[in-house]
Design a protein around this ligand. Structure first.
Ligand SMILES: [Zn+2]
Length: 361
């Protein structure tokens, strides 16, 4: 047990715990939907909370570019701005810079990239990322790293980027410590360090050891679910499970949200996950049903289907009785309500998995 993370139990590799943040408790294991630009697409904060979600992720990269952290701060910070009372986690912006933006130059200092909208050159560094996340008012922050260490299959490209990622982690940590100096644990945000190393076990082990040796509040696993096969990802999660230290810190797997992967990750010691998948799938008329199967609601066979998406589901969409026939029609006429209703169902589907593990433990 630590001051901010109570590990309640462990069962066949899965853990149940409570992460205490300044915005409230996060019961783990937990899946966090992505509120990329401050909102989980198509959902009000009340709808998000109705699914049993414990925390929401927001993207530093997107919010920095638009409307900018100063504007968010003037409008009261992320909680007040978005009206989301649940604990909020911001990522570092690193992954988006390296995957979405045109990079002009990477130096030891940081990354110069082009704002895709305005064409302006933007600079992001470990210090800058932490400053932005502080201004946004995140409750859980993530250290900025150099993900050029990965190719599109998650393999390590250069030793140089791998080493730099840890130097940048140390800089993120000192900037975090400078900005939170004098704050009590209950009032300061938490900082997670990111483990990289692609699909190279030796590098992963080294990275994990470095991150675990630092006084970060949580261990984030980055660079997976980036194009590698499911077997490769599961192989790495299994490998990492044998190398976590005994310090009671939460472990956060970035960017994973498929039910099969979610179960596997939780069974291998992961406490928190995030992904756009449940809402993106929903907007594309895809819903998860019992047995982790997917159904496509635009399918003609649902045209006169009076049943709800999943009779065993307790989400507000299924509870209220929206039929597959109605949802199919709404998708067919491009009514955004359909995406909203199925997003609620899909997010709830993942929460129910997390809740099973919390109960079992
Ligand atoms: Zn449902």
């Amino acid at each position: 047990m630590s001051e901010y993370f109570d590990l309640l139990s462990e069962f066949h590799g899965a853990r149940a715990g409570v992460l205490k943040t300044r915005a409230g408790d996060v019961h783990t294991p937990t899946f966090m939907p992505d509120g990329t630009r401050g909102a989980v697409k198509g959902l009000t904060p009340e709808m998000v909370r109705s699914t049993g979600v414990q925390a929401v992720l927001a993207n530093t990269y997107h919010l920095h570019l638009q409307p900018g952290e100063d504007t968010v701060a003037v409008l009261g910070g992320l909680h007040e701005f978005t009206k989301q009372v649940l604990p909020l986690l911001t990522d570092s912006g690193g992954f988006q810079v390296f995957s979405l933006a045109h990079i002009n130059k990477i130096t030891e200092d940081g990354v110069h990239f082009k704002d895709p909208k305005t064409g302006d050159t933007v600079f992001l560094s470990p210090e800058k990322s932490i400053q932005i996340q502080m201004k946004l008012g995140a409750d859980i922050m993530v250290a900025f790293d150099d993900v050029t260490a990965l190719d599109d299959k998650g393999r390590t490209r250069t030793r140089e980027a791998f080493d730099r990622t840890h130097r940048w982690l140390a800089r993120s940590l000192s900037e975090f410590q400078r900005l939170t100096k004098g704050m009590d644990l209950g009032e300061r945000p938490l900082l997670f360090g990111v483990v990289q190393g692609g699909l190279d076990k030796e590098l992963r082990k080294q990275s994990l050891e470095i991150v675990q040796s630092l006084p970060v509040d949580g261990i984030a696993i980055g660079g997976l679910s980036v194009g590698e096969s499911r077997e490769e990802m599961h192989g790495m999660l299994g490998y990492l499970a044998d190398h976590y230290d005994s310090s009671p810190r939460p472990r956060f797997l970035l960017g994973v949200g498929d039910p099969i992967d979610l179960r596997f990750a939780i069974q291998h010691g992961i406490d928190m996950l995030d992904c756009v998948l449940p809402t993106r799938n929903a907007r594309h008329a895809t819903a998860w049903v019992a047995g982790d199967e997917k159904i496509h609601l635009t399918n003609a066979k649902f045209i006169a289907d009076r049943d709800v998406i999943d009779p065993g589901c307790d989400c507000t969409t299924c509870n209220f009785g929206y039929s597959k026939g109605f949802l199919r029609h709404q998708f067919k006429v491009n009514e955004p309500l359909a995406g909203t209703l199925v997003s609620i169902h899909n997010i709830r589907y993942l929460q129910r998995i997390c809740e099973e593990y919390r109960k079992e433990n």
